[in-house]
Write a protein that binds this ligand. Structure first.
Ligand code: MLT
Length: 235
């Protein structure tokens, strides 16, 4: 699903928000690098107001619109900026065009996780261990529309589950996502070159981000919502 295509007025037992390019990749990277938590906002003004109450040396503000950094923020949305030197011990306050909206759409779910390709296996392992009955893989897309990179990541998760467990794979979207992943799993960077948001990021000179986001299973970290909008490392 993209947020706009989710069934109205309902949430699943477990929601996995996916924004491979780049919000959930950035969130996983920040937590892996030692950020205390990541707090997401769909509204930039609210982010600024809320983070004002935090000690400046314990916070980082990250803002992205249209792929570019928002003026006045410490960071944009590049996962490569989330180094331990920058983020260790700090809370990352982040607002992005689509990824943070997807997280907010499902924030009432009993379990909310953030996944990307870089931490795909951590999400799969969570599902195998906990076996929630009803799971949504929520691709952030771009302003309501389908995106190749989020769909291929949903397919990567579902494909790994299908290999390991006898689970009901759900609907036609999941079947299509698995087929997309199996076709492109060895050429994910090339697939991102075909993706409209991949092309947008390339125009903004972000090839290194695309390369980083196209890696599979490189981080063993799973962002999980602790309170509405606040993600921490699952331990
Ligand atoms: C988003 O939330 O739409 C993305 O993460 C955009 C980006 O690449 O920064």
């Amino acid at each position: 699903h993209t947020p706009e295509l989710t069934p109205p007025d309902s949430v699943p037992d477990c929601a996995i928000a996916i924004d491979v390019l780049r919000a959930t990749t950035t969130i996983a990277t920040a937590l892996n690098a030692g950020a205390e938590a990541v707090q997401v906002f769909s509204d930039m003004e609210k982010l600024m107001l809320f983070s004002e109450e935090w000690q400046p040396d314990l916070r980082l503000r990250a803002g992205e619109r249209g792929g570019a950094k928002v003026t006045g923020c410490d960071l944009g949305n590049s996962p490569l900026d989330c180094t331990p030197e920058r983020v260790q011990g700090r809370r990352l306050f982040i607002s992005t065009t689509n990824g943070t909206r997807a997280l907010q759409r499902v924030q009432e779910s009993p379990v909310v996780l953030a996944a990307a390709l870089i931490n795909r296996q951590a999400a799969v392992q969570y599902l195998l261990d906990r076996q929630p009955e009803n799971v949504w893989l929520l691709g952030s897309g771009w302003e309501g529309s389908f995106s190749l990179e989020d769909t291929v990541c949903a397919g990567a998760i579902a494909s790994a589950l299908a290999d390991k467990a006898n689970v009901d794979m759900g609907n036609d979207e999941v079947f299509g996502a698995i087929a997309l992943y199996r076709q492109w799993q060895d050429n994910l960077l090339e697939l991102f070159h075909h993706a409209s948001h991949g092309q947008r990021l390339l125009r903004l000179d972000c090839l290194e981000d695309l390369k980083y986001c196209a890696q599979t299973d490189i981080l063993d970290v799973l962002p999980i919502q602790r309170e509405a909008g606040v993600l921490v490392k699952n331990t």
